[in-house]
Design a protein around this ligand. Structure first.
Ligand SMILES: CCCCCCCCCCCCCCCCCC(=O)SCCNC(=O)CCNC(=O)[C@H](O)C(C)(C)COP(=O)(O)OP(=O)(O)OC[C@H]1O[C@@H](n2cnc3c(N)ncnc32)[C@H](O)[C@@H]1OP(=O)(O)O
Ligand SMILES: Cc1cc2nc3c(=O)[nH]c(=O)nc-3n(C[C@H](O)[C@H](O)[C@H](O)COP(=O)(O)OP(=O)(O)OC[C@H]3O[C@@H](n4cnc5c(N)ncnc54)[C@H](O)[C@@H]3O)c2cc1C
Length: 664
């Protein structure tokens, strides 16, 4: 059977309405329509071709990224794309570059931390891209520890300016994307010093380059930090370094929505939580969760289609071999990833709602839900990006040898994606923020304050600490209340166990340090509970389309039950479930795999990815893998000549003179 026949056959087997599922995936009919239109707009434009990224030099790749960005900006203006459309358009360009940092961090930092006057001055320039900005926070010596940053901004009352200075080599800004070669401006984080007093880290708008010839302004040393992981991949981004040598900026370029410095140099601290300064990071972490679902879906789409095309073993009487997707081992590795893509999609939707809600509350000076918003964005960013990085690599292995080819799309996707575990906060550091939040919540349980939001389940501690799961047969694992209770009991018991162990230390901080590894596990258990509970909540909504809800149910329980299998140690050691109940969960999981099997290809079609966006020979919509693998191979520059460069110098001398005319 040819690849295209394989996939056509698979599509015919689907038991649900794929078009309706596309709308569920996109979030709404309107969102689907925008995403569909933008992805095709990008795919049809030759400027956005991605096929030769692996063989470009760094300079070619960088220049081509500039070209794509300029072209995208031109189209966005010519076609009068809305903010929503242009964001999605840039996403489908699939090209890391300075635009990401300008729109995702520089503009939001000014919006979130600037005064009205600052917004009026800077946003029109930034919105028209008459200035290009980046987010310069991390330094060579400090990234995770934001309070440990060393760059100083010392107020000089004589000139009404701040003097920005990098006192040590480790204080050099190091990593900001878009900084190395493109940005004209940056939001720079530095220690504010007035009247000899250090007031901690604050944000400043700083011009870096001359707007006429792009040269760095006097007092500024700037450059690119060098080649990063993977061919092509994130090397299109000019992550940069930056040093200040007593560089002066006007006082009104300190972002002063929160705290202020007066003309006399008096520091007026913020009357709202200082953590609002971290708002840009919270906003980006929230979008990273939605991006995790997209990246996971992309890898899973490639691996699923290829697994349906690829055949190995099992031929009877010279007939066709078995599609590798029919092996239970393949299903056991692939289907939980497919379920994770959907799970992250729905938790991403919910997190967007939470973020919008907290933003509205903050505007009304209600800070009550800020700790939860921080814990959820940090924890879910950490949990979903770690799972997605691992998932992309698993998808590569699921595609066997061909998955290792660049044209499978998976190596580049992995190389571009994997720093998501580090940027916007190292995943372990972020999970420890969740753990801190959980420890505080547990400590307050006895005070009578009922926990709210995602920790509301902790209010039922009495029950959850003692209950025994009532699962008796495999089908009980499809009961939402029973599944939720298992996840809640496990999460609570792990958090309470950490809290009890902490009490054994006289010094809480020392205890926290000793228990870091357990605390991270407790944070992950809490985040997994959030994802499972939001998926279950999604099922309770009105979902249209023949068979769509049924597919989502299968995916939801595959997601939950595979987590139980993967973290069985937690569930057993906390006595949440018994070994027998674990075994029933496995039986149910196998049955769900069988139910999902005929729908697998249609479920990845529902992502509505173009071949351009997938960038994968193995994941092509038509399944025409083998001829296209050949085509790709023949395009490689090494195949430009039959005899390679270097033959005469380095290969021919190996071969003995008297053998050269022989044919052995
Ligand atoms: C194939 C091609 C594909 C192409 C695709 C193209 C797409 C490409 C996509 C790429 C685009 C993405 C670009 C991303 C760029 C990355 C940019 C960065 O990394 S930028 C750099 C990112 N850098 C990082 O992320 C640095 C990570 N580090 C940090 O965020 C902080 O240092 C910290 C949180 C770890 C500690 O902070 P510290 O101040 O020491 O705090 P303490 O621990 O002492 O806790 C004190 C209190 O504060 C509370 N609180 C804390 N945070 C928040 C918050 N946000 N809010 C509210 N509250 C918060 C905390 O709960 C506690 O409360 P309580 O208990 O007192 O009640
Ligand atoms: C591709 C990419 C793009 C980036 N873009 C930007 C940008 O645009 N702007 C910007 O300002 N920054 C940017 N960064 C920097 C990024 O935000 C930091 O690298 C990140 O916050 C991690 O900090 P770090 O490098 O200091 O890691 P470190 O903190 O040095 O981490 C090293 C190790 O120590 C562990 N560790 C650290 N602290 C603790 C702790 N308290 N407890 C337990 N373990 C700990 C970590 O888990 C990790 O394993 C980017 C980074 C990358 C890779």
């Amino acid at each position: 059977m040819e690849g295209d026949d394989n996939l056509a056959h698979e599509r015919n087997k689907a038991e649900f309405d794929v078009n309706e599922m596309k709308i569920v995936w996109a979030g709404s009919r309107q969102a689907f329509e925008v995403s569909n239109r933008m992805s095709r707009l990008v795919a049809s434009d030759p400027v956005f071709d991605k096929s030769n990224r692996a063989v470009m030099t760094r300079k070619e790749l960088f220049k081509n990224t500039l070209r794509k960005s300029a072209h995208a900006w031109k189209l966005i203006n010519e076609l009068c794309l809305s903010d929503e459309e242009s964001t999605i358009f840039k996403y489908f360009m699939d090209q890391p570059g300075f635009l990401d940092l300008h729109w995702r961090m520089f503009v939001p930092a000014i919006k979130g931390q600037g005064t009205e006057e600052q917004k009026q001055k800077w946003l029109p320039l930034a919105n028209k891209m008459q200035i290009i900005g980046c987010y310069a926070q991390t330094e060579l010596g400090h990234g995770s520890n934001v309070q440990g940053l060393e760059t100083t901004a010392t107020f000089n009352p004589q000139t009404d300016q701040f003097i920005l200075h990098s006192p040590t080599q480790t204080s050099s800004k190091w990593w900001p994307g878009g900084l190395g070669k493109v940005s004209t401006h940056a939001v720079v984080y530095a220690r504010l010093i007035t009247n000899g007093k250090d007031h901690g880290v604050h944000g400043f708008i700083v011009q870096l380059r001359n707007l006429d010839d792009h040269s760095p302004l006097p007092g500024i040393t700037i450059g690119d930090i060098g080649v990063k992981f993977g061919n092509g991949a994130y090397n299109s981004m000019d992550n940069g370094f930056l040093m200040f040598d007593k560089f002066c900026i006007p006082r009104d370029q300190m972002l002063m929505r929160l705290s202020k410095v007066t003309r006399e140099g008096k520091y007026v601290p913020s009357d709202v939580p200082r953590q609002l300064m971290y708002g840009t990071m919270v906003s980006v972490r929230q979008t990273i969760v939605s991006n995790a679902s997209v990246a996971m879906a992309r890898a899973v789409c490639i691996a699923t289609r290829y697994s349906a095309v690829r055949r190995q073993f099992g031929s009877q009487n010279g007939g066709v071999e078995t599609q590798v997707i029919d092996y239970k081992t393949q299903q056991n590795r692939l289907f939980p990833l497919l379920a994770s893509a959907y799970a992250f999609r729905f938790v991403g939707e919910w997190l967007k709602w939470l973020y919008t809600d907290v933003t509205q509350r903050l505007e009304a000076s209600d800070f009550a839900t800020l700790p939860e918003a921080h814990a959820c964005t940090a924890g879910l960013k950490s949990m979903t990006t770690s799972a997605t990085s691992d998932g992309i690599e698993e998808c590569r292995k699921l595609c066997g040898g061909h998955g290792y080819l660049w044209c499978s799309g998976l190596p580049e996707l992995f190389a571009v994606y994997v720093p998501a575990c580090t940027y916007e906060g190292d995943n372990v550091v972020l999970q420890l923020q969740v753990a801190r939040f959980l420890m505080k919540t547990v400590a307050q349980l006895s005070s009578g304050n009922a926990p709210a939001g995602t920790t509301a389940y902790m209010g039922r501690a009495k029950h959850l600490l003692q209950c025994r799961s009532s699962i008796q047969k495999a089908e009980d694992w499809l009961n939402p209340a029973m599944v939720l209770e298992a996840f809640e009991a496990r999460a609570l018991r792990m958090a309470v166990s950490c809290a009890n162990n902490l009490k054994k230390f006289e010094n809480q901080e020392q205890g926290f340090s000793e228990l870091l590894a357990d605390l991270v596990e407790a944070g992950i258990a809490h985040c997994q509970l959030i994802v499972v509970s939001k998926f279950i909540a999604k099922l309770e909504r009105d979902i249209k389309g023949k068979g769509v809800k049924n597919q989502l149910k299968n995916l939801c329980y595959i997601y939950a039950l595979h987590l139980i299998h993967k973290h069985l140690g937690d569930f057993l050691s906390t006595n949440t479930i018994t070994p027998e109940q674990a075994s029933l969960a496995n039986n149910q999981l196998r049955s769900l795999y069988s139910q999902l099997r005929p729908n697998a290809v249609a479920l990845v079609d529902a992502f509505d990815y173009t071949d351009h966006y997938l960038g994968s020979v193995l994941g092509r919509y038509d399944g025409n893998v083998y001829p296209k693998l050949f085509e790709e191979a023949l395009k490689d520059p090494l195949n430009d000549s039959v005899v390679p460069d270097g033959y005469h110098e380095y290969i021919r001398p190996f071969i003995k003179q008297d053998l050269r005319s022989a044919r052995l």
